[in-house]
Design a protein around this ligand. Sequence first.
Ligand SMILES: Cc1cc2nc3c(=O)[nH]c(=O)nc-3n(C[C@H](O)[C@H](O)[C@H](O)COP(=O)(O)OP(=O)(O)OC[C@H]3O[C@@H](n4cnc5c(N)ncnc54)[C@H](O)[C@@H]3O)c2cc1C
Length: 400
Amino acid sequence: MSSLAVPEIPEFDYLIVGGGAAGLSLAYHIAREPRLAGKKVLLIESEAKDRNDRTWSFWTDEPTAFDGIVAHEWRKIAFRSPGFERVFDLGRYRYKTINGLDYYRFVWRALADNPQFTFVRGTVKSLDNVAHRARARTTAGEFRGHYAFDSRPPNLEQLKQPEKHRYLLQHFVGWEIETDADVFDPTTVEFMDFRGEQQHEARFMYVLPFSARKALVEYTLFSETTLPKEEYEAAIREYLSGTLGLTAYHVRAEEVGAIPMTDHPLPARAGQHVINLGTRGGRAKPSTGYAFKRIQQHSARLVAALASTGHPPADATGDKWQFRLFDTLLLDIMQRRGETTRDIFRQLFERNPVERIFRFLDETTSWADNLRVMNSVAPGPFMHSIAQVLRDRPGRRKTS
Ligand SMILES: Cc1cc2nc3c(=O)[nH]c(=O)nc-3n(C[C@H](O)[C@H](O)[C@H](O)COP(=O)(O)OP(=O)(O)OC[C@H]3O[C@@H](n4cnc5c(N)ncnc54)[C@H](O)[C@@H]3O)c2cc1C
């Protein structure tokens, strides 16, 4: 008598959903941890990831796992706003940039000969907790794992609760340009140049100079809605001609993006067996949009716990409530009176050493330093936003 074969559902120790910044970071950290060498990992990614779809920049005062693929690093940053401009020496910090495509290729190469990893090209349709497992239903079939790590972007449009939380974006268009003459100072990142019109929002130029003749020039906003593309482009043109006096240049590449800046809860877990990563897991800092370094720290934290206990840590991120509150206050001000953002950043840069600002944004400052930072900015807008937080109601711009 022949029995009907029941198709087996492939089982893994870990499923990683999405092979972008966070998914590949976690895979890379797992591969480097000898105590996890026996674990079978499935990485499911829907895209080819064969384009340089973004560059990641971050500051750091210590070596990183990706120093070998850093495209450029700087020791100085400039902050500019009407009435205050300063170039800061970063001391022991460096500002670094990594090209997305270099990162994808670097991690794939590192994992290519490692038999613990399996790659599947497919789209995850659902991810649930089932019978002591995580189950992924995908266009390439069904898979199970003891734990799943999910980096699909959160659908904030659908989840939005504007009466409870604040929803802004860090949105930008950047041009990588080349010039025929020396124009840029390749030693100094133009970190925030707020000298342009604010239009009741936070609007600044961000420039990464790779050489005297090559730079990424980005028009960046912290606000609720994106602009028509021509408006970013017009602002870049205006900066190139008006501020830099440039008439001739070649646009070699373009970077377009919108990163959520929100205090909407983005939980670190979605049940017993599903852990959220990256933007989905709240790793984009709400008040700045910076995420890359937080993603690396999150991977290291998860892998350390998996290696020592067999499970993700009970507190998956280690986020501290006081920094969450500072982020919410700043988001509230940005949403209520966006034009004030420039003054707040000006006061921060005018009255604090840059290393303290970095540590504050990295959420590693002591209480004493937090007080120094808070004392360096005008209290009015913050008091108003504290009242909004206490009322559990986001501030709104008053329309006249
Ligand atoms: C243009 C741009 C520039 C940025 N620059 C910086 C910067 O300079 N510094 C910084 O700190 N942060 C930066 N960020 C913010 C943040 O670091 C990035 O958004 C980062 O890529 C977030 O990592 P992630 O893994 O959450 O998302 P992603 O890197 O987008 O990875 C998610 C992956 O999941 C895949 N996926 C999605 N849905 C599915 C599905 N259903 N099934 C399978 N796979 C799926 C996607 O194809 C993607 O590869 C930038 C963001 C953008 C958009």
